[in-house]
Design a protein around this ligand. Structure first.
Ligand SMILES: C[S@@+](CC[C@H](N)C(=O)[O-])C[C@H]1O[C@@H](n2cnc3c(N)ncnc32)[C@H](O)[C@@H]1O
Ligand code: SF4
Length: 345
């Protein structure tokens, strides 16, 4: 089947699942490890030590979820690229015809990037501001240079690229600067507020991010969009930001219905923010069953984590979120086609 036919089939299957209110693991995140080669100032993920599935077990998870209708597999961490299984799992997922993506801090050599490119449809890196801000908050000299180098290299390969800027008092003055880099290099920039705990949705946001500050961030980003800046965050995302601390309702969220997360230890959860609940482990019951029988949170304040909110909006059929995501993929495809036409690229 051609990739276009495959993607039409999977969208039709998703449409049917939504219409009949049936669960479907259309887009799944695989957290290969919580471990990380960085210790960013606002991130508590590496501190969450966890058992980890083997490569064979992750392959089984991918195979079982693909058989159930998964179309999109995203790989993340911690830092996914420190897992020795990262490249082979990406290759495996792409070999099954899945759309693949990876979130990374981009502490990568050119050789590592070149080895990953053939297996990736999209890459998302963190970009927290200009050199001193980025290196400061990421507590790693040289990390800004590596991110910018990686973005240029991925951009030159035709892989779709996006960044996430985690906002706190350290970089509120640099939002427009990030968008200027996005326009120059050719990526879409997403912004999200720093939260106090990546694993607990009730822990709230960084104390500097009060409601007036969030309103002003949302207004600045909407203004940038209307000037034509390559902003990834959709209008629905920015609207939710202005509703903090109750962004939406976990009870109606599509996490656990059309998208979900396989944690490093094999538990299948709606998202990492709700992962303190009691969930099935795919190692014990199989990953298809762990997804289908996953309990759904009855209520909760929602969240402001970019991939989760944008996915919730897309699967909730928010036309602006769907348009924003399709625009980004079209732009990456156009860039890929342009590169393929260059005789000596
Ligand atoms: C968990 S990281 C994993 C990927 C990779 N290690 C990286 O740094 O890009 C994914 C995104 O979450 C962001 N993040 C980490 N801790 C956060 C927090 N407490 N609040 C909001 N975003 C956070 C990171 O900045 C990054 O953009
Ligand atoms: S934000 Fe990413 S790079 Fe930084 S410590 Fe967390 S997982 Fe590691």
């Amino acid at each position: 089947m051609s990739s276009r036919a495959r993607s039409l089939t999977s969208v039709a299957r998703l449409g049917l699942a939504i219409a009949t209110r049936r669960k479907l693991p259309f887009s799944m995140g695989f957290i290969l490890t919580n471990r990380c080669n960085f210790q960013c100032s606002y991130c508590n993920i590496p501190a969450q030590v966890s058992d980890e599935l083997s490569e064979v077990e992750f392959r089984t998870a991918i195979d079982e979820l693909a058989a159930l209708g998964m179309s999109r597999a995203g790989f993340s961490g911690g830092e996914v690229t420190i897992s020795p299984d990262c490249e082979s799992l990406l290759r495996h997922a792409r070999g099954l015809g899945l759309f693949t993506s990876m979130n990374t801090n981009a502490w990568l050599s050119d050789a590592q990037i070149d080895a990953l490119i053939p297996h990736l449809d999209m890459v998302v890196t963190s970009l927290d501001g200009p050199e001193d801000v980025h290196d400061g908050v990421r507590r790693r000299a040289g990390s800004f240079r590596r991110v910018m180098g990686a973005l240029e290299r991925f951009a030159g390969s035709g892989v779709a690229i996006a960044t996430i800027t985690t906002l706190g008092p350290w970089n509120l003055d640099w939002i427009e600067w990030v968008l200027e880099q996005a326009a120059r290099v050719g990526f879409f920039a997403y912004f999200q507020p720093a939260c106090n705990d990546a694993f607990h949705r009730d822990a709230g946001l960084h104390p500097a991010l009060d409601t007036a500050t969030l309103d002003s961030i949302a207004a600045r980003l909407e203004a940038a969009r209307s000037r034509g800046a390559p902003l990834g965050s959709s209008p629905g995302y920015l609207e939710r930001l202005t509703r903090a601390p109750t962004f939406s309702d976990c009870g109606t969220c599509n996490a656990g219905r059309y998208f979900g997360t396989v944690l490093p230890d094999g538990r299948v959860v709606p998202c990492h923010l709700t992962s303190d609940g009691s969930y099935l482990n795919g190692r014990q019951v199989g990953f298809a069953r762990a997804f289908l029988d996953m309990p759904h949170p009855a209520s909760g304040p929602g969240c402001s984590v970019t991939p989760l909110v944008e996915s919730d909006l897309i699967f909730g059929l928010d036309p602006r979120a769907i348009r924003a995501a399709s625009r980004q993929l079209r732009s990456a495809r156009r860039r890929g086609a342009r590169l393929a036409r260059r005789p000596f690229a």
